[in-house]
Design a protein around this ligand. Structure first.
Ligand code: URA
Length: 430
């Protein structure tokens, strides 16, 4: 087999075989195929797309490029979730303890945030003592003991994705739907779960900008999962504004605790309850979605989900000794409305960038995060504001720069017209 023939075939939009795709991934991971040839193939895929079968073969080849976690020693149905990345997206921290308290087994490997999006590991590590480096043995034992463990991905998990992603980043081929689908699904499948719920965000702060693209990505990922014997559902959800009110690591953890106490933001609660219901149904704990939602609401209101959160934090070495002094900042700056009207949009991208610039996120992988800083929205889409009403509070440990103020100004769009409030979940694909 020759790489040049495979590139030519894809250039002519002819479907590649499983063997050809395996040849590319194995050869590239071993260093036998050079970057320039894989770059050419990626560009041909970018323009000509892939069939669902090709995307499935690519996922399988990537999945087998490294370690696959064997979760067979965990008793019961293993559930997992993935978000394509958003701003204020603390879903895992609510959903994890919630479904664990309902009886699901959540064994999850998470990532760090980069740029305007936050990462679950950063939020967890903002809790003193929390350890994200669990051995496979401890990870499995913890899920068997308390139904939940969240750890960092090891370097050996899907090495082909790391190589390909780095190449896509410098060849302008990241935004290819089948390449995104294979990248996400190879990592999810390598983590060993039986049931996978995918949160596909749309909006200006998200990878997918339109419902059509989000639908295409969701359909490919569901089809890949099913071709490999997994139950996969994709939730297409809005990133027209940050999820919940809080953006920034400890601020988000605090909002997670509020939500687990049953008085969190409605959009975050709705999303977590819906996904929890699907997970519980697929895990065979309830007969249908309605019963799953009722059980999820019960666990948010009777303290069981919150109890599980603290059990989970403690199991991984974390502790929050004094929630009232958890957020340590020098200043809280109030960003105010410059006119009256209805909030039409809160651009998640600008809020995420503003939070990153004050130290709540990283611009490069090497940057350090200040766990306490961030932004708390005081208003959401549809709210009416008077001139000088506070739109957001900025939690700071440094001087507020004009570049941050510019982001905040760009983020809030205020209109004279009353706004429709649309549900956070737009569609569910399964
Ligand atoms: N997230 C991933 O894990 N991979 C992509 O290609 C895009 C988003």
């Amino acid at each position: 087999m020759r790489m040049v023939d495979i590139i030519e075939k894809k250039r002519e939009a002819i479907e590649l075989t499983e063997k050809e795709i395996e040849f590319v991934i194995q050869g590239y991971t071993k260093g036998d195929i050079p970057d320039y040839q894989v770059s050419a193939l990626l560009m041909a895929i970018y323009f000509n797309g892939m069939t669902n079968d090709e995307a499935s073969h690519l996922t399988k080849a990537m999945l087998h490029s490294g370690d696959i976690i064997d979760l067979s020693q965990i008793k019961g149905v293993k559930v997992d979730k993935h978000s394509t990345g958003g701003v204020g997206d603390k879903t895992t921290l609510v959903l994890g303890p919630l479904v664990a308290s309902m009886g699901c087994k959540l064994a999850k490997l998470s990532g760090r945030g980069l740029g305007h999006t936050g990462g679950t590991l950063d939020k967890l590590e903002s809790i003193d003592g929390f350890n994200i480096s669990l051995s496979e043995e401890d990870f499995i034992k913890q899920v068997n003991d308390i139904n939940i463990a969240v750890a960092g991905q090891t370097k050996k998990l899907v090495p082909a994705d790391k190589l390909l992603y780095a190449l896509r980043d410098v060849t302008a081929t990241v935004p290819s739907i089948p390449l995104i689908a294979s990248s996400i699904m190879s990592k999810k499948l390598a983590s060993g779960a039986d049931v996978i719920c995918l949160d596909v965000k749309i909006g200006d702060g998200a990878f997918m900008k339109t419902i059509e693209d989000a639908r295409k990505l969701s359909e490919i990922m569901v089809s890949i999962g099913e071709s490999l014997g997994k139950k996969v559902s994709a939730f297409i959800t809005s990133m027209d504004q940050p999820l919940g009110y809080a953006v920034g690591n400890r601020l988000e953890v605090k909002e997670v605790i509020d939500t687990l106490e049953g008085h969190g933001p409605k959009d975050l609660e709705e999303l977590c309850v819906e996904i929890a219901a699907y997970m519980a149904m697929y895990a065979g704990l309830v007969s249908d979605i309605e019963a799953g939602k009722n059980l999820a609401y019960d666990h948010l209101n009777n303290g069981l989900a919150l109890k599980k959160f603290y059990e989970f934090i403690e199991a991984q070495g974390g502790h929050i000794d004094d929630l009232d002094h958890f957020i340590q900042v020098q200043e809280i700056y109030e960003f105010k409305a410059d006119k009256a009207g209805y909030i039409k949009n809160i651009k998640a991208l600008n809020i995420g960038l503003a939070s990153m610039k004050i130290g709540g996120g990283r611009e490069t992988k090497e940057d350090n995060i200040d766990p306490s800083v961030g932004i708390v929205l005081e208003k959401k889409i549809g709210d009416f504001v008077h001139k000088n009403d506070v739109l957001a509070k900025v939690y700071l440990n440094s001087k507020l720069g004009d570049n941050v103020l510019d982001d905040l100004k760009q983020a809030f769009i205020i209109s004279e017209d009353k706004q429709e409030i649309s549900p956070v979940i737009k569609e569910i694909i399964q």
